[in-house]
Design a protein. Structure first.
Length: 151
């Protein structure tokens, strides 16, 4: 929070705001395979070598660990249920936040990703005031109500 114009200018940032409902929160990088600069000129040999190293590290940093793969699957489930129930962005962001916190605390072991996500969506709906029952969310996620209720 800024209290005057000077603080606002020093604290402001640019770019798209981070989005919890995307696995990388919308902060991904993509380094193209082209060996040309922004003007369209070919890169020299030294710069091509640097760019190849950057591409290699960019590839290595993408979601290869189990937690990231889990998050990608869970957010896919969230998007599917969002489409079926026409959930608001507020509910989707809150559900993604709840799921991230559950994963952070290590509570997902021995539970299904779809069940935990359905429970997170239900909790987000209750917190925001969207009138969906546990049964509605279970049907939208192709789950039994009992599977969501146990989470």
């Amino acid at each position: 929070m800024a209290f005057n114009i000077e603080e606002k200018t020093t604290r402001s940032r640019t770019g798209v705001p981070s989005i919890l409902a995307i696995a990388d929160m919308g902060l991904a990088t993509v380094i193209g395979k082209s060996n040309r600069d922004a003007s369209g000129h070919l890169l020299n040999a030294e710069m091509r070598a640097i760019m190849q190293r950057l591409r290699t590290w960019d590839l290595r940093t993408h979601s290869h660990n189990p937690a990231d793969r889990n998050m990608i699957e869970a957010l896919g489930e969230l998007n599917m249920i969002r489409d079926r129930l026409a959930l608001s962005e507020a509910v989707v962001e809150k559900a993604a936040y709840i799921y991230r916190k559950v994963q952070e605390r290590g509570l997902i072991r021995r539970r299904t990703i779809s069940g935990i996500m359905a429970a997170a969506i239900y909790a987000a709906c209750r917190e925001i005031g969207t009138p969906y029952s546990l049964r509605d969310i279970a049907v939208a996620g192709n789950l039994k109500r009992k599977d969501v209720d146990e989470m």
